[in-house]
Design a protein around this ligand. Structure first.
Ligand code: ATP
Length: 234
């Protein structure tokens, strides 16, 4: 198992948000955390990344405990985080945003290069000299994913990638994530948009009030009428 989150409890100060979340992500899988606003999806991803460290529980990455490690160490170990607020450098061009994120890959890894990223996101190549601040929401989302890939992660955490994007752009993004999956990238996404995520996912976890309410494959989700009725089109 690549990532094994076991019974984590996370709080912001005195405000408890996660009440024993357990999640597993296997190599090459796309797993989605589905749920409404405020149920703890972002906090789960931030807990894994060490940005909001859980108070208890365990997070195993390729078999080693990473709970309590600082985010830069977790990032160095191969987990890349694409935050919801798409923190790109607005004064730097697309090319510069990518250039500052380049990290050399391990000896046996193909590694992401500017060319490879532009192959996945041809639109970014056309915009290579445009400053980040002049990109549309969809272009910024592509750039945020592309920039995270430059760090050669083994697992990509994507926080609500479709948030605030027009339907046609969401479709493009789904195609790009699908392509990434075909290339073998393991991903854990958080989403409110079940339509976007179901076609991409191997496994689904539905979160409610900081707990896992349902877990299973997409087929199991589709067979569970009650869950489907509540979550198919949030
Ligand atoms: P969203 O779609 O809004 O991102 P989410 O499912 O990702 O929803 P979280 O962002 O993890 O949910 O938030 C879970 C709960 O934690 C919410 O009730 C939220 O108000 C609370 N929360 C989030 N960030 C903080 C913070 N910095 N301080 C205090 N409470 C917070």
């Amino acid at each position: 198992m690549l990532l094994e989150v076991e019974d984590i409890h996370t709080a912001y100060g005195l405000i408890r948000v996660l009440f024993g979340i357990s999640i597993k992500v296997d190599q090459g899988q796309v797993v989605t955390l589905l749920g409404r606003n405020g149920v703890g999806k972002t906090t789960t991803l931030r807990s894994i990344m060490g940005l909001t460290p859980p108070q208890s529980g365990s997070i195993k990455w390729m078999g080693s405990e990473i709970r309590g490690l600082p985010p830069y160490r977790i990032s160095q170990m191969g987990i890349g985080f694409v935050p919801e607020d798409r923190k790109i450098f607005s004064d730097l061009t697309v090319w510069e945003n990518l250039d500052v994120a380049i990290k050399s890959a391990g000896p046996d890894e193909p590694g992401w290069t500017m060319d490879r990223v532009f192959e996945l996101f041809p639109a970014l190549e056309m915009l290579r000299n445009r400053r980040g601040g002049y990109l549309s929401g969809g272009e910024q989302q592509m750039l945020t994913i592309a920039r995270t890939l430059m760090g050669n992660p083994k697992l990509l955490l994507l926080d609500e990638p479709s948030e605030g994007l027009a339907p046609v752009i969401i479709q493009q993004l789904a195609d790009q994530i699908s392509k990434l999956k075909q290339e073998g990238m393991t991903m854990l996404l958080s989403e409110q948009n079940s339509e976007f995520s179901l076609g991409l996912s191997d496994g689904i976890y539905i979160l409610e009030k900081g707990e896992v309410r349902f877990e299973g494959s997409v087929e199991e989700f589709m067979k569970d009428e009650e869950t489907c009725r509540a979550y198919l089109y949030i």
